[in-house]
Design a binder for this molecule. Structure first.
Ligand SMILES: [Zn+2]
Length: 375
């Protein structure tokens, strides 16, 4: 990651560059941000700037020397990365997961979007609805890693994402080494909630605030990256309060909304026509969504059916529907039998239950199709 790839916060970049140039870098630095504002890319760019062996300009790392290459892929042996994790459905109850078990998923996530939100990390490492923690097992692993010599004879970096997820025992174990790290060892923390980090660790760290990105700058970024119109980009930038990560999530959800609407319209249309083959064929697309999105799709479908019923009952203004949904509701309300809707909503409840119980999605949606066909 280079500074030029980090959006906004130019004053902070300058401060970090000055700090590195004067070679007075604190041994523990805590980047503070609101979720998604860019503290992680900023921290990665800072580490890369300090380590770059071929700084052509004073403003940024070169991005090409071996150090930059390895750091940008997060494959440098002296860059250790720690983040909150938890047991997954695949790890047995006796396992004590640590970040190293999830490094590939972490790298993929950062590569796809370094502004990811905390909740997206948990989705990525598939700990589902659990929150991650930084455990004693993880603290022990950190101590072991830092007791080894640096692989390449230079600095060692311990990047800890969300130290507020560390339990007290783990934090206490790390206290001494954060207070007195050996020469060339740097702790770089990224936190959303410094008040929940153990006070003694916080007080040893230089606090650095990463501000929300200015709205015009974020809007420009969204326009370029996602080919949005100026007006659309501005509206996402404003509603995310300058959090790049939040803006991206809102954008993805709205494009998911478009996909959900198109699949839901096909499904309800086939159900109204009693087209079993059409229903089954349509399922193929829905099964592709993945389990979490299948569940969300079912809830979406129920909401759409309720709106159709309201429309049929004479309530024409449906406040929470988008213009595209209003069109769909209007035309579907002409073909869907009013008496069927309640039964369909209940059948979808059963599908949601089946998905939550890990029933094969193909079977769950096939059962739903059968019900929509007869019901
Ligand atoms: Zn370089």
């Amino acid at each position: 990651m280079q500074f030029k790839d980090v959006i906004g916060n130019s004053e902070l970049k300058r401060r970090l560059i000055n700090m590195a140039q004067s070679r007075r870098i604190g041994h523990s630095i805590m980047f503070v941000e609101q979720d998604g504002c860019g503290a992680l890319p900023m921290a990665l760019a800072f580490i890369q700037y300090i380590s770059c062996q071929n700084k052509v300009s004073s403003e940024d790392s070169c991005g090409e020397c071996p150090m930059c290459q390895k750091l940008s892929k997060m494959m440098h042996p002296d860059l250790h990365i720690v983040f909150p994790v938890n047991a997954t459905s695949k790890s047995g109850s006796d396992k004590k997961p640590i970040s190293d078990h999830f490094l590939t998923q972490w790298r993929n996530l950062v590569e796809a979007n370094p502004y990811f939100l905390e909740s997206q990390l948990y989705q990525q490492i598939k700990i589902e609805d659990k929150v991650g923690t930084i455990s004693v097992a993880q603290a022990k692993d950190i101590l072991t890693k830092l007791s080894l010599k640096s692989y390449e004879g230079n600095n060692k970096y311990m990047l800890i994402y969300l130290p507020e997820r560390m339990n007290t025992e783990a934090a206490n174990r790390l206290l001494k080494i954060v207070e007195e790290p050996s020469d060339g060892t740097y702790f770089i923390f990224v936190t959303h909630s410094p008040e929940n980090v153990l006070g003694t660790i916080r007080s040893r760290s230089l606090m650095v605030r990463v501000h929300p990105v200015e709205i015009p700058l974020l809007s420009q970024y969204l326009q370029n990256k996602y080919s949005l119109s100026e007006q659309q980009a501005l509206s996402y930038a404003r509603s995310s309060n300058g959090s790049v990560g939040q803006a991206i999530v809102a954008l993805q959800q709205s494009s998911q909304g478009v996909e959900f609407l198109s699949e839901a319209v096909k499904m309800i249309g086939c159900a109204a026509k009693k087209d079993l083959l059409g229903l089954l064929k349509n399922n193929e697309q829905i099964i592709e969504f993945g389990r979490q999105a299948q569940k969300e799709f079912c809830c979406y479908l129920q909401q759409l059916l309720r709106n159709i019923l309201m429309y049929q009952n004479g309530l024409e203004r449906i406040s929470n529907a988008t213009p595209a949904e209003v069109d769909a509701i209007e035309s579907l309300s002409k073909v869907v039998p009013k008496k069927s809707i309640e039964g369909w909503v209940k059948a979808i409840d059963k599908t949601i239950f089946a998905i939550e119980s890990n029933v094969n999605a193909k079977i769950a949606f096939c059962n739903l199709s059968n019900y929509l066909y007869v019901g």
